[in-house]
Ligand binder design. Structure first.
Ligand code: GRF
Length: 201
């Protein structure tokens, strides 16, 4: 499969996916990395690895117009699965509809708890004793689509946002590869809100 990665910043999830591919843990290739920010470390890392990396600036542009440019680039690169990896901008309905059940996101909480920004801070403020991460399909609502895979982590009394974020991030790096592999396996399908193994005919 040909993956398209969308990011806005650090890019550690992108690098974890790239490492999984390089190590033979994931049968895919990265056909495009697109950043909406020119100074995203993730886009520099993609260039260093010799990947097709593109900056498509979003600032000051209409969402639909920016997204149309991304759709064109992803199609041009032959992308068949789009992976959001710290892409900090809402996608337009047009973008979501252009890749039905073919856009994944990773979010640093056990959804549906704590959607949106600062999920780890939200978890600490709420006082939950377990946090985690979620790989899910992207639909037209923020952090809402069908869940592909989740990984929990404990929250300890002495945790601050940094400590909890690091513990979750280590699981994100495992979860994204597993989630992508699950989707690419063809062995699962969406049944209502659940992503479950297909039953043999
Ligand atoms: C991760 O915590 C991810 O779950 C969230 O944004 C962060 C991106 O980190 N969506 P990175 O750019 O992949 O290092």
């Amino acid at each position: 499969a040909r993956l398209g990665i969308l990011l806005s910043g650090r890019g550690s999830n992108f690098l974890a996916i790239a490492d999984s591919i390089a190590a033979g843990r994931l049968d895919a290739e990265i056909a495009a990395v697109i950043s909406n920010k020119a100074d995203a470390p993730g886009v520099a890392a993609a260039q260093e690895r010799g990947l097709a990396a593109f900056v498509i600036e979003a600032k000051g542009r209409k969402r639909a117009e920016h997204d149309a440019e991304m759709i064109a680039k992803l199609r041009e690169q032959g992308v068949d699965l789009v992976c959001l990896a710290g892409y900090m901008r809402l996608l337009s309905p047009e973008f979501v509809q252009a890749f039905p059940e073919r856009i994944l996101n990773i979010h640093p909480s056990l959804l549906p708890a704590f959607p949106g920004l600062d999920a780890q801070r939200q978890a600490l403020d709420y006082g939950v004793q377990f946090a985690g991460c979620t790989v899910h399909f992207v639909d037209e609502q923020l952090d809402h689509g069908v869940i592909v895979l989740q990984k929990p982590v404990p929250v300890f009394e002495e945790d601050d946002e940094h400590a909890l974020s690091l513990r979750i991030l280590a699981q994100e790096h495992l979860a994204y590869t597993e989630g992508i592999a699950r989707v690419l396996s063809g062995e699962y399908h969406v049944a209502g809100r659940r992503y479950v193994k297909k039953r043999p005919a």
